[in-house]
Write a protein that binds this ligand. Structure first.
Ligand SMILES: [Zn+2]
Length: 257
């Protein structure tokens, strides 16, 4: 009997969470990312990721939100994801995912640098990352950077190095008017509770008002974007995208160098 009560409760919570998403009943605080108090022109936002598919698996709520708020989105992917020798395939897949996510293709840059190769044993030089990020920021007059936090959601060393590269860029470019936000890594319970996490995100934002919560109003678009990564679109990633709270919401925190 107890299992029945638990199952029914879980179904009700899931349905209520979807209603909250689809009927846009959630007040989001994403405007904080757009507001720097003095930039009236269209905001140039740079996503800095490590591998093709990071954008769809982790950052899609933020990308969808910024794309629908007329931001000029740029994507810097620091590797082709060649750990399994499929770099050129994954390069093309990222182009298709960006088309779904409304990131202009001419504003997508994918690097294939010998010292920035995909893999757990690969350590990426923070100085090299800083240099590359600095070049992109200058070239495109970037106002805002969005990237991984120090844990990098999955703990992947490439994600963590990307964070440290952005941090070093901020430390060595303190005179520039560039703000950076990190995607907050969640504990394992919150990571896999799907849309239910939006309630916990809202609660957490009330406790920590400096954090920004973005609810994904188009989660189907995240599925569609991830499905463009055909070489990665295996059963366990389909499950991941369904149950991952990163499909439904992002919590961002300002990086203070
Ligand atoms: Zn990755």
């Amino acid at each position: 009997m107890a299992w029945l009560v638990v199952s029914v409760s879980l179904i009700v919570i899931w349905l209520a969470s979807f209603c909250k998403i689809f009927f846009r009943a959630t007040s989001i605080s994403g405007a904080a990312i757009l507001d720097d108090g003095k930039t009236p022109q269209k905001k140039n936002v740079l996503f800095v990721i490590a591998h093709p598919d990071d954008e769809s698996m982790f950052f899609s709520p933020t990308i969808n939100y910024l794309a629908s708020n007329a931001c000029n989105l740029h994507m810097l992917c620091l590797s082709t994801g060649n750990a399994d020798g499929m770099g050129s395939i994954r390069n093309n897949e990222l182009h298709r995912a960006c088309a779904v996510l409304k990131v202009p293709l001419q504003q997508l840059k994918i690097l294939n640098h010998p010292n920035l190769q995909d893999g757990f044993g690969q350590l990426w030089s923070h100085d090299l990352l800083t240099e590359i990020i600095e070049e992109e920021v200058t070239k495109h007059d970037i106002h805002t950077i969005i990237t991984f936090d120090n844990y990098g959601v999955s703990g992947h060393c490439n994600h963590r190095d990307v964070h440290r590269g952005v941090l070093k860029f901020l430390q060595t470019n303190s005179g520039r008017n560039v703000k950076a936000w990190e995607l907050v890594s969640l504990n394992i319970f919150r990571k896999y509770c799907g849309p239910v996490d939006i309630w916990l995100s809202i609660l957490s934002a009330k406790i920590h008002p400096s954090k920004v919560i973005i609810i994904n109003e188009q989660p189907w678009k995240s599925f569609k974007a991830m499905a463009q990564h055909l070489s990665q679109w295996v059963w366990f990633r389909k499950l991941f995208v369904s149950f991952s709270s990163y499909t439904y919401a992002n919590t961002l925190s300002r990086i203070n160098p």
